[in-house]
Design a protein around this ligand. Structure first.
Ligand SMILES: [Zn+2]
Ligand SMILES: [Zn+2]
Length: 264
């Protein structure tokens, strides 16, 4: 039985998300009558009171509302400094709400991104920056109040050469999904994660999204048996009925290097 679901997007994300959901028998209909750019910058415009998760949820609810379908999907990507302050990381969230049954499940991808920004002063620096960029990755070029978006590597190269005659040029990734192959790859992985979560049901009430997200520490030290900060169990908790399962991880012991007693 084919189940129609709606996604709110103007950047062709339905094409990226649909394959993962087709294994559930879902057919993704794209709603492009709505300007998601007015929503797309939720995180940027209201960083103080809306998280990426809230944006994805709001888009999903809106997709269901506007389409009149029970199931809506919303996607939100963000970039931030990586763990330990190193590199750039991309978080992709795909939220699925069922307004008839009253549940929401979010699939995610979190991992390193090649996205960078360069302040360029000469041709050599420009050539060096462009050398490592994936062929389909589009770029932004900025100088003072001049901003050009969606440039191919060749276009960015030619325009930057002209602009460099007038001073420093800022070159960066255009991270909109239809212009970034890396982001499309990450969105597909978030869609796979969503499909896995949707197929995992609460054993008590059958609500989808039953997933061992909570890591409980306490894996014992291999030498002295004292509990370490490493994960010992994983906990899944149903958001609807509260049913909880706790499963031990595969590892039985933690290496001494994580032990406060053996390696303080
Ligand atoms: Zn439940
Ligand atoms: Zn120990």
């Amino acid at each position: 039985m084919s189940q129609p679901v709606a996604i709110l997007t103007r950047h062709d994300k339905a094409r990226l998300i649909a394959p993962a959901l087709s294994q559930l028998g879902w057919q993704v209909a794209e709603i492009d009558s709505f300007d998601t750019d007015s929503l797309g910058s939720f995180a940027g415009e209201y960083p103080r009171f809306m998280t990426a998760q809230e944006c994805a949820f709001r888009k999903a609810a809106l997709a269901a509302d506007l389409s009149g379908l029970n199931i809506g999907i919303g996607s939100e990507g963000s970039f931030s400094v990586g763990p330990f302050g190193i590199g750039t990381y991309n978080l992709e969230l795909i939220c699925c709400v069922n307004v008839a049954e009253g549940w929401a499940v979010t699939g995610r991808f979190y991992g390193p991104s090649l996205a960078q920004q360069w302040q360029l002063n000469d041709t050599a620096a420009l050539e060096q920056a462009l050398a490592d960029i994936e062929p389909d990755q589009h770029l932004l070029l900025q100088q003072g109040s001049n901003l050009k978006k969606a440039l191919t590597v060749a276009q960015a190269h030619n325009l930057a050469l002209l602009w460099l005659a007038h001073g420093t040029v800022t070159l960066s990734y255009d991270l909109r999904a239809h212009l970034s192959p890396e982001r499309r790859f990450h969105i597909r992985q978030a869609a796979d994660d969503l499909a896995r979560r949707l197929q995992s049901h609460c054993p008590e009430c059958t609500t989808p999204g039953f997933w061992p997200d909570n890591a409980l520490p306490g894996l014992p030290c291999e030498a002295c048996g004292v509990a370490t900060s490493l994960t010992r169990h994983r906990q899944a908790c149903c958001r609807r009925c509260g049913h909880t399962t706790i499963t031990p991880v595969a590892a039985r012991h933690a290496s001494q290097q994580y032990c406060q007693e053996c390696n303080p």
